[in-house]
Design a protein around this ligand. Structure first.
Ligand code: NAD
Ligand code: UDP
Ligand code: UDP
Length: 343
């Protein structure tokens, strides 16, 4: 490995030989794992847009080259097909570690792979951060609170998680990833940041990932009924993706380890969400009820006072404004799919 003395930044971006961007800041080299996915690709756009170099590591399990194709000719952008379960050597200032399937349909598809990604993948990225002195941000999840017994959830709540259920590969995987991050922080001095992300939606979500917002929007565009699971009275809080990206960058650039809840505190039942979709996309949309999945959390709503106070961050885009912003992207992709099938 290269000499550690070259990497004296601790994520602060004072690596030798960096090119200045704008006034008072050096250009950073940043890894985004999972950067071909929904959230990752929006984050990459933001980092490239402000003048930094970005290396995306992705195995394309749920990510797509299409999400990044507009950056392929940019000399500050690189894309590596790589699985984070395997070690990798890179020289960077910051690591945003997002690689992990996020939708229940995807993470339950191969649960052993999901937990390996969370545990071995996070270990490798922390090992990389330790070796080069990079700052490391983990995208954890509201799922660490499980089916919460405290409402709304504060970062101090330890959670109510089933260790042997169908969701455990993800929930417990992320809990272990948080533990690893804190152990590398305390034990090896790695600068870490932990974000606990609540349900997020927007353009580039996988069309058929089974999440409630993508399902309802795609179903409505396809003139199919929206599938409400269970009685539809369970609640979630939905955050528009640009708000999340702002929060992740604010967290990376600030001095606080976290964990920080990043979510929109607006709370909706699934029936209310269906009403909003109807109102903003198609007034003739209908619903149908389906059985719910196992261990489905009954309610979820972030308490974001900590992020407001310490990161000066809060979401700006309410559901009624965010939903219309994803419609044209979904319409175009659904149209392309139909054309591909010769319909
Ligand atoms: P996504 O599925 O669109 O993106 C995940 C990306 O990681 C994909 O590009 C996928 O190909 C890649 N990936 C998966 N396993 C990998 C591996 N072993 N090696 C390399 N790449 C791998 O999901 P997303 O919604 O963009 O989520 C991004 C991160 O945010 C995830 O860590 C997720 O747990 C977290 N998160 C998301 C939400 C949300 O609502 N979207 C909520 C909480 C947490
Ligand atoms: N690692 C990596 N890239 C690096 C440095 C480490 O992928 O640049 C991996 C390494 O292969 C190991 C993990 O990260 O599997 C943890 O590394 P660490 O140095 O903390 O532990 P050790 O290698 O001593 O077990
Ligand atoms: N859900 C639903 N219809 C769907 C997909 C999901 O009613 O077509 C419900 C699901 O039962 C859960 C909520 O929507 O209560 C959010 O599910 P999602 O998979 O989007 O996210 P998560 O459970 O991870 O919060």
């Amino acid at each position: 490995p290269p000499s550690r003395t070259t990497f004296n930044s601790g994520g602060g971006g004072v690596r030798t030989g960096r090119v200045p961007v704008g006034i008072g800041r050096k250009r950073l080299r940043i890894v985004v794992t999972g950067g071909a996915g929904f959230v990752g690709s929006h984050l990459v756009d933001k980092l490239i847009g402000r003048g930094d170099e970005v290396i995306v590591i992705d195995n394309f399990f749920t990510g797509r080259k299409e999400n990044l194709v507009h950056l392929f000719s940019n000399p500050r952008f690189e894309l590596i097909r790589h699985d984070v379960v395997e070690p990798i050597l890179l020289e960077v200032d910051q690591i945003y570690h997002l690689a992990c399937p996020a939708s229940p349909v995807h993470y339950k598809y191969n649960p052993v792979k999901t937990i390996k990604t969370n545990v071995m993948g996070t270990l490798n990225m922390l090992g990389l951060a330790k070796r080069v002195g990079a700052r490391f941000l983990l995208t954890s999840t509201s799922e660490v609170y499980g089916d919460p017994l405290e409402h709304p959830q504060k970062e101090t709540y330890w959670g109510n998680v089933n260790p042997i259920g169908e969701r455990s590969c993800y929930d417990e995987g992320k809990r272990t990833a948080e533990t690893l991050a804190m152990d590398y922080h305390r034990g090896a001095g790695v600068e870490v940041r932990i974000a606990r992300i609540f349900n997020t939606y927007g353009p580039r979500m996988c069309l058929d990932d089974g999440r409630v917002v993508s399902n309802f929007v795609a179903q409505t565009i396809r003139k199919l009924p929206m599938t409400v699971y269970g009685d539809g009275k369970q609640t979630r809080s939905f955050q528009y993706v640009s708000d999340l990206v702002e929060g992740l960058v604010a967290l990376m650039e600030n001095d606080h380890v976290g964990p920080f809840n990043l979510g929109n505190p607006g709370e909706f039942t699934m029936l209310e969400l269906a009403e909003v979709v109807k109102e903003v996309i198609d007034p003739s949309a209908t619903i149908e009820f389906k059985p719910n999945t196992a261990d489905d959390p009954h309610k979820r709503k972030p308490d974001i006072s900590k992020a407001k106070e310490l990161l000066n961050w809060e979401p700006k885009i309410p559901l009624r404004e965010g939903l219309p912003r994803m419609v044209s992207d979904f319409r175009n992709r659904i149209l392309n799919e139909d054309e591909g099938k010769g319909l």
